[in-house]
Design a protein around this ligand. Structure first.
Ligand code: M6R
Length: 369
């Protein structure tokens, strides 16, 4: 049942092209028209929304953070992302024009369920993005958009994460369509790029040997930092979470721009730092800024491990190791840049002799608050 792999986690990492493809399947036509039938919220109701709040925990919350960048850009609706367990303890502003997007792989996470119930009492509409058919959160929600990742057995989430991100893209594009924020042609182009992603994930998986070796080589490491910017920021945090969960070592993800506001003090000789570099084709000179962050930490002795877009030669000079992912529009990049970080954590933890499917102290679904 592990499909020839040593662990469910490895299998699930390798299932990711399929998980993304299946989540996209049947949800838009050749003209780029989305039909999310199972949503069960009328287009009129979606037009009246003036705020989206994503509620989730752990990896699912990082999917929500990626969603914020995409949905705000495509739909011009403010998107807040909040950890479910913080939400109802701070008198949040929620009303009937708020769309709550509850993201949960299991659909049983008690923190998220309680947050959903609270938001519902305030009159908000609830949309669940969930991987488990018929679980509690989608049953209590007004609408559901299922991720089709298939059962995720390993405690550490991998394929569900990519499927959740994919589902939020579909939601964002659907909202843009019904609210008329984007020309149909633009939506069609983005969907065409999205349709190419599964094959690109496969390319990353096919080239996984080098990152696996690095994970094995670094089995003695006691701390790893992760830097990212824009959508690369939640990817950095997800990379750090995987390493904490699986390898039990200190790992932390930072927004690259935050470095000089504190975290750079952590850099000393030999400190490994992963840097998720934005595409050099993107706007806003973010690429140049992150490259200069790499230079800054390298000058202070950091061992820099860079995830960059194919063809980005500028990073080579400052990187101990570079792992390339295929070109894709910036907003879609997390579907590719996350994968090497998952493989790294899995390989490092395996090299330490840990059970990657059942990390200590953790449960697959957290059904207590
Ligand atoms: O089932 P959920 O998506 O609601 O679970 C949320 C978190 O508990 C979950 O993502 C957790 O952080 C994973 N162990 C991450 O690998």
């Amino acid at each position: 049942e592990k499909g020839g792999y040593d662990s469910f986690m490895e299998k699930e990492i390798n299932d990711q092209p399929q998980a993304v493809a299946d989540t996209l399947l049947g949800r838009f036509d050749a003209d780029g028209r989305l039909t999310l039938d199972e949503l069960r919220v009328s287009p009129e109701a979606l037009k009246s929304i003036n705020k989206i709040m994503v509620l989730a925990c752990g990896t699912s919350a990082y999917a929500g953070q990626v969603a914020k960048y995409a949905i705000e850009h495509w739909c011009r609706i403010p998107v807040e992302v909040e950890l479910s367990h913080e939400f109802r303890y701070r008198d949040p502003i929620v009303d009937s024009n708020t769309l709550i997007v509850a993201i949960s792989q299991s659909g049983e996470t008690m923190d998220t369920l309680m947050a959903v119930r609270y938001a519902k009492e305030q009159g908000a509409k609830i949309l669940a993005i969930c991987n488990t058919n018929g679980s509690t959160i989608p049953r209590e929600a007004d609408a559901v958009l299922y991720t089709h990742a298939g059962p995720e057995i390993a405690v550490a989430s991998t394929k569900a994460f990519l499927a959740q991100i994919t589902a939020t893209y579909l939601l964002g594009l659907y909202l843009a369509q019904v609210r008329g924020n984007k020309f149909q042609g633009e939506i069609k182009d983005i969907l065409a790029d999205l349709a190419k992603v599964p094959a690109k994930i496969q390319q990353v998986l096919d080239g996984a040997g080098a990152i696996k070796e690095l994970g094995q080589l670094m089995a003695g490491t006691s701390s790893v930092l992760f830097l990212g910017r824009h959508v690369g920021f939640p990817v950095a945090m997800e990379g750090a979470l995987k390493l904490k969960e699986l390898a039990y070592i200190h790992a932390e993800g930072f927004a690259a721009g935050e470095l000089k506001h504190g975290p750079i003090a952590l850099i000393e000789e030999g400190q490994p730092v992963f840097v998720v570099v934005p595409s050099p084709r993107g706007r806003d000179s973010l690429h140049a800024k992150v490259v200069s962050n790499i230079q800054e930490i390298r000058a202070r002795g950091a061992k820099t491990i860079v995830i960059a877009e194919e063809g980005d030669d500028a990073v080579k000079a400052y990187a101990e190791y570079v792992f390339y992912v295929p070109e894709t529009p910036t907003l879609l990049a997390p579907l590719l840049t996350t994968v090497p970080l998952q493989i790294f954590a899995c390989a490092l933890a395996t090299a330490k002799g840990f059970d990657v499917d059942q990390p200590r102290n953790l449960a697959k679904s957290v059904t207590v608050e």
